[in-house]
Design a protein around this ligand. Structure first.
Ligand SMILES: *Cc1c(COP(=O)(O)O)cnc(C)c1O
Length: 850
């Protein structure tokens, strides 16, 4: 019989163990080596069995064992020491508190998934794990941020592989109480309930769970509440429910319900109202419409002023370089919801226009969440430099007439949370050698701090653990109680180990390594210098093509000829990942460039001293430096996908055979010294860049601080500047079709220009009713290429009005300094000018001379 609901009965803790409750309900335990070890030590076997979670551990341990521990003085002392450490962690000043200048008061961070720990499977891949790492680094840095998401009753599915090699899924139900989450309650003790009015007189209610991620509260909305109809209870049943209305209801709950949950949370806890709203991908886009509706209803703003205010304070991060990866809903469905009274006083026609594909070739029947995100976020970014560039190209049609490289989408490269992802054994080396476990200041190239023997020793230890774990998992997967003898020889810690694990969408090319099975077999079975490969990955449950790829790999790996040297480990998730990355020598990544927006698994590997072997895509395109691993050349010129896969697979085999293998097996005193020097270089250089601490600092200084400043400026004096900006936008948008550059006087340029000369430039501009202050007349100059295009690093200089308009023409003048030699060019353009614009071209209004 299957229970329809499960819950946890908590034991009574004696006074001496009372702090365990608090330690168990703050997820900092998951990245604090000592707290983690404390809970595991209460009963190591049980800890693994219940899925490594302190709250569950307390529920499972039994009163007898707890009483025994309460009498163990050494244990009680550890409990109190950890409790004091937690207090110090939660209270102290950190990076953010020392930051000079204006700062955001509170950032609300929305994401459809959060990957905080293996025991809280509210994620399905990189997007969610990135969000989890964002919260953890925000906590470590003292950034006042609150996470907002949904609580899915069935989390990330568990994967097993059948005898036929086919993926099977199961969905264990999660009990939030048993995981250490607490219900958000009013001061009178009643649970906070969020309500959304929907079409056909339906109402969606949600309760709010709070997970404490160190200093960061994470609010998770849950539709499992008695107030809901059965239909509405199912809204948060699982991650990314189907398509159509189920998914839309989830996104409405996340965006609209999320804003309402943040309001309740601030009211109850006394936190300041957020002045920055960050949406991780487009799923939470409705948060902006909800906030506009608030501003219109409670502050008396018009639609345009409310839009200006919301834009100023919104940061939108896009994660997908493939148009097919963007969330889109039928336009009519959205229209029904907008007409239902969900958003008070919001003009439905104008609101819907914010998500429409109005460009040539756009689909007029859909509502596009990325378009909504870009319209509502004045601050937008991609997640690596290359992905920023791809995004500017992909979304350029929203800014017609604007050069692609000026499309207002910047980039902040992702990072990973080092305390979560660095193996405890390596953290211990770090603490011994450098005094702490931070990665960004450590010089691993210093052989006196860490000897070759010590470094190689810890790398071998981590590999040994992976080998043991792989054997354990494969034996468990056989499932008939008897372990085939070959499992005892599965993998070998002395062999060069390549890891490859990820979700299985086509572009990641799970099976590229199988392109030439004989070549792969030869590498795996080389009698002197073999290679072994550890693979993991989950296919989306509805994606049979991904399951076929997994099946191909599993079948290949079961061939007795290669069986000990290549293994597919089922159920790739955070728990497996934590042991998998450190246990490899090399991390392989072979997506179709440029479809991997960033990729983060290779960063987690690098922080553990693993070398990357990757296509130059995402982060690797930016940070590959010739010494931190290998770049698989991209066959961009191939005439079709087959040819491209052939060429790239062949380059992959060549690199392994001619570069990796010789270097790995070249030994001095049993240690691969040249290999280790690449490891040292990787850990030192990528230790500075690849962390989510660096990433969160970038978000704060480059996007959150400006967003908070714009928000404050627009809000001041009863939203005076928001109204003024809205008026300005309307005025320049109306007048712009008639703005023109009537002439540019270049007569001052002599035939023989010399570096150091300055030249007078005069531009005559028709402003048609706009004042000279409404525009910037810009002189752009610099080197040009053979097509007369200005180089990307060109300079921009603002021309000044020379006097009042004559016959509707205003003259602007300025000096053009000739600072560089060679082919040089310039142009003049007119753009709107207002102190509250982030980019001069963000309104899509640019006029060049005809
Ligand atoms: C880091 C991580 C990912 C994302 O890795 P990519 O390199 O972006 O594919 C996916 N799943 C798990 C379990 C991870 O830990």
């Amino acid at each position: 019989m299957k229970a329809i609901r499960t819950f946890t009965v908590r034991p009574v803790l004696s006074e001496s163990l009372a702090p365990l409750d608090r330690l168990a309900s703050n997820w900092r335990w998951s990245w604090s080596r000592a707290t983690h070890a404390l809970f595991a030590s209460m009963d190591p076997a049980l800890w693994d069995e219940i899925g490594a979670n302190p709250a569950r551990m307390l529920g499972a341990l039994g009163q007898e064992r707890l009483d025994e521990l309460a009498r163990d003085e050494a244990f009680v002392q550890r409990v109190h020491a950890e409790d004091e450490r937690l207090t110090a962690y939660l209270d102290g000043d950190r990076w953010f508190q020392h930051l000079e200048g204006p700062k955001p008061a509170h950032i609300a961070y929305f994401s459809p998934e959060f990957g905080v720990d293996g025991s809280l499977p509210q994620y399905s891949g990189g997007l969610g794990i990135l969000a989890g790492d964002h919260l953890k680094s925000a906590s470590d840095l003292g950034v006042p941020l609150t996470g907002v998401g949904l609580f899915y009753r069935a989390g990330y599915f568990r994967q097993s592989i059948g005898d036929d090699g086919w993926q099977r899924e199961s969905y264990p139900l999660l009990d939030p109480y048993g995981l250490g989450l607490t219900l958000l309650r009013e001061s009178d003790g009643s649970p906070v309930e969020i309500a959304l009015d929907l079409p056909s007189d339906r109402r969606l209610y949600a309760r709010v769970w709070v997970a404490d991620i160190g200093r960061i509260p994470l609010l998770l909305l849950d539709s499992e509440t008695p107030s809901n109809s059965d239909e509405m209870r199912r809204v948060t049943d699982r991650l990314y429910g189907g398509g159509g209305e189920h998914r839309l209801l989830q996104e409405l709950l996340l965006g609209v319900g999320g804003v309402r949950a943040v309001r309740a949370f601030c009211r109850i806890t006394g936190r300041p109202t957020p002045d920055v709203y960050h949406t991780n991908e487009g799923h939470a886009g409705f948060q902006g419409l909800e906030r506009m509706s608030e501003l219109i209803t409670h502050d008396g703003l018009g639609f345009d002023a409310a839009l200006a205010q919301v834009r100023a304070s919104t940061v939108f991060t896009t994660h997908t370089p493939v148009p097919a990866g963007i969330d889109r809903f039928p336009r009519d469905l959205i229209a029904d919801f907008l007409a239902s009274g969900l958003f008070q006083n919001l003009d439905a026609g104008r609101a819907i226009a914010l998500g429409l594909e109005t460009w040539d070739g756009g689909d007029q029947s859909v509502f596009n969440m990325a378009v909504l995100g870009l319209h509502l976020g004045q601050h937008a970014n991609g997640v690596s430099e290359l992905h920023g560039e791809v995004s500017r190209g992909m979304f350029g049609m929203l800014w017609p007439g604007v050069d692609t490289d000026e499309v207002p989408i910047t980039s902040i490269t992702n990072g990973v949370h080092a305390p979560t992802w660095v193996h405890p054994a390596l953290k211990a080396v770090s603490e011994r050698a450098f005094g702490d476990a931070h990665t960004d200041a450590h010089d691993w190239t210093n052989r006196e701090a860490v000897t070759d023997a010590e470094l190689w020793g810890v790398r071998q230890q981590m590999k040994g653990e992976l080998v043991a774990e792989a054997r354990r998992r494969v034996a468990a997967g056989v499932g008939n109680g008897h372990t085939p003898s070959w499992i005892a020889d599965l993998l070998d810690p002395e062999v060069l180990t390549i890891g490859f694990a990820r979700r299985v969408p086509t572009y990641k090319r799970l099976t590229l390594m199988l392109r030439e099975p004989e070549r792969l077999t030869k590498l795996l079975t080389d009698p002197e210098r073999p290679v072994q490969i550890v693979i993991g990955g989950k296919s989306h449950p509805a994606d049979d093509s991904g399951k076929i790829l997994i099946q191909q790999l599993v079948r290949f790996s079961r061939d007795p000829k290669v069986r000990g040297r290549i293994v597919f480990l089922p159920d790739y998730d955070i728990s497996l990942a934590k042991g998998l990355y450190p246990g490899c020598d090399v991390w392989l990544n072979n997506p179709l460039r440029p479809l991997e927006a960033c990729g983060t698994s290779g960063m987690k590997a690098a922080l553990n001293g693993v070398l990357n072997l990757s296509i130059l895509d995402g982060w690797w395109d930016e940070w590959y430096d010739g010494e931190n691993g290998w770049a698989i050349p991209t066959a961009d010129t191939a005439s079709n996908d087959e040819e491209r896969d052939d060429a790239e697979a062949s380059a992959l085999y060549d690199l392994i055979e001619h570069q990796l293998v010789p270097r790995f097996y070249e030994r001095e005193g049993g240690i691969p010294l040249r290999w280790l020097s690449m490891v040292r270089h990787t850990m030192t250089e990528l230790g500075k860049k690849a962390t989510s601490d660096r990433m969160v600092r970038d978000y704060v200084t480059r996007l959150y601080v400006p967003a908070a400043e714009h928000d404050g400026a627009l809000r001041a004096d009863g939203f005076a500047e928001a109204r003024a900006l809205a008026d300005f936008v309307r005025r320049v948008t109306d007048a712009w079709p008639r703005v023109s550059v009537a002439g540019v006087d270049s007569s001052g340029i002599p035939a023989q220009a010399q570096a150091g000369d300055t030249l007078e430039v005069r531009a005559e501009v028709r402003l048609d009713g706009l004042s000279p202050d409404d525009v910037a007349v810009e002189l752009a100059y610099g080197r040009t290429d053979e097509d007369d295009a200005l180089a990307r690093d060109h300079s921009v200089h603002r021309l000044e009005p020379a006097g009042p308009a004559v016959d509707g023409v205003t003259t602007f003048t300025g000096a053009l300094p000739l600072t560089v030699t060679g082919t040089f060019g310039y142009t003049v353009r007119v753009v709107p000018s207002h102190p509250q614009l982030v980019s001069p071209v963000e309104l899509g209004l640019v006029t060049y001379p005809v």
